[in-house]
Design a protein around this ligand. Structure first.
Ligand code: ACO
Length: 360
């Protein structure tokens, strides 16, 4: 196949909301600081496992594409907070969808995971390895959060998005991308306590603390997103003037403003949803793209630039030409199970868990 078109899209945001004011009840912070430094007003907190969010997003994406789950032969689950490492989260989504056989795997490049997943699926379709792919970007950041650290706890939220990719001879889908990583910046953003090097007999969850150098991340993020964008545009043979819409990773409104200014793209061409969800890590750019379509910013032939960055410090930029479908073929009534708790109550439960050295 020449290209891999995005023929379906769906999202799943857990209903429980955690506002800035909620956070200021247990951390020394306030709404004014968070809004002025980040652009975030509230975020969602999941009451279900990440694979449940991913499942609902996937069912919605399949309905939008008019594709039966049995046609899916590839699932890529982009995330750094899977329910478990072995077996992977993609296989639980496969099970919930009732798919008998498919190639399914998780990938983790931190916040860029959903975008790397998109590239891998597109390449596997274009090379004939897969025919119909489900690409997921999902995060339950609340479960890997250090809720005692105001430097990071205010920044993240939970969510999921999914896309259906199918081969096409038309010039659409991902036209070009640039993926990379500044490994010498690994230490400026690290979630300590997750992974095998910490499995020394302690309870792993609830013993998480972060290295987080916000200003260094900020600088590297701007450079990585801008350079990757220029490279992806050059590979696609397009100039920034030919881009209709930028859908960036939403980690900080000021980072987005810097990137748009450097790329000389006017603010009205930049899609923003950070105020509603904070940074959903792997789900951020995928959910933003889904909402850009849902809100009518994407038309047939729209050129979209998607710059992103994540811990590692990984970066990516994709140039996409959108295909003909801008409204879902079908809808579905699938919903998450109801949530009886507030976002604050769920977070308080995380905080009450025992941690090495005693309770919070
Ligand atoms: N509430 C109140 N004060 C706070 C908070 C808070 N939540 N967090 C930090 N502060 C304080 C700091 O302690 C510091 O106080 P001090 O001057 O007394 O030491 C002061 O605010 C200023 O801190 P700065 O780090 O200078 O604030 P800055 O303007 O750089 O904003 C921020 C911090 C928002 C983290 C910014 O640097 C940033 O967005 N960096 C990138 C963040 C990012 O990438 N996040 C996502 C990472 S994961 C991913 O998507 C890749």
């Amino acid at each position: 196949m020449e290209f891999a078109a995005i023929t379906g899209w769906g999202k799943c945001l857990p209903p429980a909301v955690l506002t800035n004011d909620d956070i200021s009840t247990f951390l020394d912070t306030d709404d004014e600081w968070i809004v002025s430094r980040t652009g975030m007003k509230e975020r969602r907190i999941s009451h279900v496992p990440i694979s449940d969010l991913a499942h609902v997003a996937s069912v919605r994406a399949l309905a939008a594409a008019g594709v039966d789950a049995s046609e899916v032969d590839l699932i890529i689950f982009g995330s750094c907070s899977p329910d478990e490492v072995v077996p992977n989260a993609a296989s639980r989504v496969q099970l919930l969808l009732g798919i008998k056989t498919a190639a399914v795997f998780d990938i983790n490049t931190a916040c860029t995971s959903g975008m790397y997943a998109l590239s891998i699926a597109s390449s596997m379709i274009r090379t004939g390895i897969a025919r119909t792919a489900l690409v997921i970007g999902a995060e339950v950041a609340s479960s890997v959060q250090d809720w005692t650290d105001r430097n990071v706890a205010v920044l993240f939220g939970d969510g999921a998005a999914a896309f259906v990719l199918q081969g096409t001879e038309k010039h659409e889908g991902i036209l070009a991308e640039k993926l990379g990583c500044y490994a010498d910046s690994r230490d400026i953003l690290r979630a300590n306590g997750i992974g095998m090097r910490y499995a020394d007999g302690r309870t792993i969850l609830g013993t998480i603390w972060w290295n987080f150098n916000g200003q260094e991340i900020f600088k590297k993020a701007v450079v990585g997103m801008c350079e990757a964008s220029q490279e992806a545009l050059a590979r696609a043979g397009l100039s920034t003037g030919q881009i209709d819409l930028i859908v960036p990773h939403q980690a900080n409104l000021r980072i987005i403003d810097f990137v748009a200014k450097r790329l000389k793209v006017p603010p009205e061409q930049v899609f923003i949803n950070i105020h509603k969800y904070g940074n959903m890590s792997s789900a951020t750019t995928p959910v933003a793209l889904v909402e850009a379509v849902e809100e009518g910013y994407v038309k047939h032939g729209t050129h979209i630039l998607l710059p992103a960055f994540g811990a590692g410090l990984s970066y990516s930029a994709h140039v996409i030409r959108w295909g003909e479908r801008v409204t879902p073929l079908h809808s579905t009534d699938i919903e998450l199970p109801p949530c009886e708790k507030t976002g604050l109550e769920i977070v308080k439960e995380y905080m009450s868990r025992p941690r090495a050295g005693g309770p919070y």
